[in-house]
Design a protein around this ligand. Structure first.
Ligand SMILES: *Cc1c(COP(=O)(O)O)cnc(C)c1O
Length: 396
């Protein structure tokens, strides 16, 4: 098989070679435990961890003391939601989120219902957006937390998070945001957003898998959280366990690289994405864009190819790695919960593909990918009775 074109960067990214280089010494010579401050090995490791912490904090406009390392954004989301729920259960029992959120937000919310909490899941519109006024209207004096993502992983739609957080603040409700997909692609500033808590992951920004962070605002007022993992009291008691020093160093370096190039990289990736969409839409009539046309992540293109099953289309073009939904749920045969929440019917949702571009995507790859898509769709439509019928009905 020829080299596969990777257009699934919202699922995970290739680790940047510079990140690999930065990590290597911490697997071999510098193998200390960052909690062993009594000797030089431990102190070296701790120094590296704190350097990485400040690189991550700098990218998101936080203070490094406000970051808790976790195993990834799934854990960060769980810690934010359950941690706030249990810390604030004396003052309320109601949580608000939205239908387009990642399963690692929706599932912990659902789980809290077993513990007596109530959850409101806000709808999203045809373009994948939450309405901030609707979020405000859902808040009651029992509401303790609102969790809305910065950008959606399946369609790329950006949410009005700054507006929602302001409405939360007016009502004394905490605001958490899953900022995984926006980090390194847009400027994510936790203070500008007004987030009390924010989740991040390294492997979506050319860092290693298995490391993430939770931002927990520490100033005026300090956000209190119940830990989920108990033990040695690492990370200010909020997440015990020996720190994954090499992964943390890689996360820091990935953030440093993003900070240096975020604007240039975003504009390069937007133009590649627009080129891809242009080429597909010009040569394939009856193709529809999913998500917001402009308020969207730079590298995300989600499109429906009516009369076609997206899984069948993927089999037609094994040289292009794309996705039919989020990697987390694509093991199931259910169509995307995000597309369904946007109002697409089952057939439309099943005909949709997500292309997600990244740092290593080239123009040649985009041209080859669009050619493969056009060829695959054309071949499948030629043998689709429904499409032939549609042609016969619509031709003059
Ligand atoms: C990938 C992703 C996650 C999960 O992150 P992990 O670090 O893989 O656990 C959470 N939210 C969104 C929006 C994501 O894209």
């Amino acid at each position: 098989m020829t080299r596969v074109i990777y257009l699934d960067n919202n699922a995970t990214t290739r680790v940047d070679p510079r990140v690999v280089q930065a990590m290597l010494p911490y697997f071999s010579e510098e193998y200390g435990n960052a909690a062993s401050r009594q000797h030089a090995f431990g102190r070296k490791a701790l120094e590296a961890v704190e350097e990485a912490r400040s690189q991550i904090a700098s990218l998101i406009g936080a203070d490094s003391r406000e970051l808790i390392f976790t195993s990834g954004a799934t854990e960060s989301n769980n810690l934010a939601i359950a941690g706030i729920a249990f810390a604030r259960k004396g003052s309320g029992d109601h949580i608000i989120t939205a239908a387009g959120e990642h399963p690692s937000v929706l599932d912990p919310c659902r789980d809290l219902e077993k513990n007596g909490f109530r959850v409101t899941v806000l709808p999203i519109d045809r373009r994948g957006r939450v309405n901030a006024q609707q979020a405000a209207a859902a808040m009651t004096d029992r509401t303790i937390l609102v969790s809305i993502m910065v950008a959606n992983n399946e369609v790329g739609t950006l949410q009005p998070v700054a507006e929602i957080s302001r409405l939360c603040k007016e009502r004394g409700v905490l605001f958490h945001t899953d900022a995984v997909q926006a980090l390194g692609k847009l400027l994510v500033d936790v203070r500008a957003i007004g987030a009390d808590l924010a989740s991040f992951s390294a492997h979506k920004i050319y860092g290693p898998k298995g490391i993430g962070a939770l931002y927990v605002r520490s100033a005026r007022p300090r956000v209190a959280l119940e830990p989920l993992v108990h033990g040695g009291g690492h990370e200010r008691g909020l997440r015990s366990g020996t720190l994954a020093v090499p992964l943390i160093v890689g996360f820091g370096e990935a953030c440093r690289l993003c900070q240096a190039c975020v604007a240039d990289e975003a504009s390069r990736i937007v133009s590649l994405r627009n080129r891809l969409w242009q080429q597909i839409k010009e040569r394939l009539p009856d193709t529809a864009l999913n998500g917001h046309p402009t308020e969207r992540l730079p590298g995300t293109l989600n499109a429906s190819f009516p009369y076609i099953d997206a899984d069948a289309l993927m089999l037609q073009m094994p040289e292009v790695a794309v996705s039919t939904g989020s990697a987390c749920t694509s093991a199931s045969i259910e169509p995307s919960h995000v597309l369904k929440a946007m109002g697409l019917d089952d057939d439309a949702a099943r005909s949709s593909l997500r292309f997600s571009l990244g740092r290593f995507t080239t123009e040649e790859e985009i041209d080859a990918a669009s050619a493969a898509v056009v060829e695959g769709v054309t071949r499948l439509r030629a043998i689709s009775p429904a499409y032939q019928l549609h042609l016969a009905e619509t031709s003059p």
